[in-house]
Design a protein around this ligand. Structure first.
Ligand code: SF4
Length: 229
């Protein structure tokens, strides 16, 4: 219930003028192949149950993906990758995510983004990241069983430090560098939390082979192992 309320509040946020203008312009102009669809054109909340022990944090919704469908990672190539991987890891009931009512259900994992609105060129500014980070903090705080955060990309990795510091976690100095397979375990008020780094599932990584399916499977396998330990 609390997550549902949070999702509704996030969906109405207009705190970043540049992103509000972009998400709404994209929703009006549309891509030709989706011109018959009603775009969401608003912030995209997270997806997954409140008893999740694993969170997956991406960068931001795609203009014609989450910004179109209204569901995180849904309807774009990045989503094809992450939901297929979650399915292979036993965390999703189907390997595809094409629209809001396609029957997708996640188990033990909550998927969200560091920035909730589609940015121009897929590139939020540091200021926009900081403006949006309280939503991420509230979302993670509403996952009482959370044990592992899989962070897709260095942008989300950087976004998490102030969120975790504010939540009472003791952070190492210097901050651990982001990398694929990076693993950091933190101690906080409710026990330990492990961060796992993965290259983002964006096309510049998946098309070039920088991120492969076995590489992503290895990180999610480690996440399920840690969550169950
Ligand atoms: Fe609000 Fe986040 Fe969207 Fe900015 S990016 S308008 S803070 S939901």
């Amino acid at each position: 219930r609390a997550l549902t309320v949070l999702d509704e509040r996030i969906s109405g946020c207009r705190a970043c003028p540049r992103l509000v203008a972009w998400r709404e312009e994209v929703a009006q102009v549309k891509r030709a192949s989706f011109r018959e669809e009603d775009y969401w054109g608003r912030p995209v909340p997270g997806l997954g149950p409140a008893d999740a022990r694993i969170a997956v944090v991406g960068l931001a919704p795609a203009a014609h993906g989450g910004n179109r469908t209204g569901r995180v990672f849904t309807g774009d190539r990045s989503g094809d990758w992450i939901f297929a991987a979650l399915w292979r890891a036993g965390l999703a009931n189907q390997p595809t995510s094409v629209h809001k009512d396609d029957g997708l259900e996640l188990t033990d994992v909550r998927v969200c983004a560091a920035v909730r609105c589609a940015p121009p060129a897929n590139a939020p500014t540091p200021e926009e990241r900081d403006t949006c980070s309280p939503w991420l903090a509230r979302e993670l705080a509403l996952l009482p069983r959370l044990r592992v955060v899989v962070v897709l990309g260095g942008f989300g990795w950087t976004a998490l430090w102030p969120v975790l510091s504010a939540a009472g976690y003791a952070l190492p100095r210097p901050r651990p560098a982001f990398g694929h397979g990076a693993e950091v375990t933190l101690t906080g008020p409710h026990g330990t939390l492990t961060l796992l780094g993965s290259y983002h599932v964006s096309q510049q990584n998946t098309f070039t082979g920088r991120l492969t399916e076995p590489m992503l499977d290895a990180v999610l396998g480690r996440a399920t192992e840690l969550a169950s330990s």
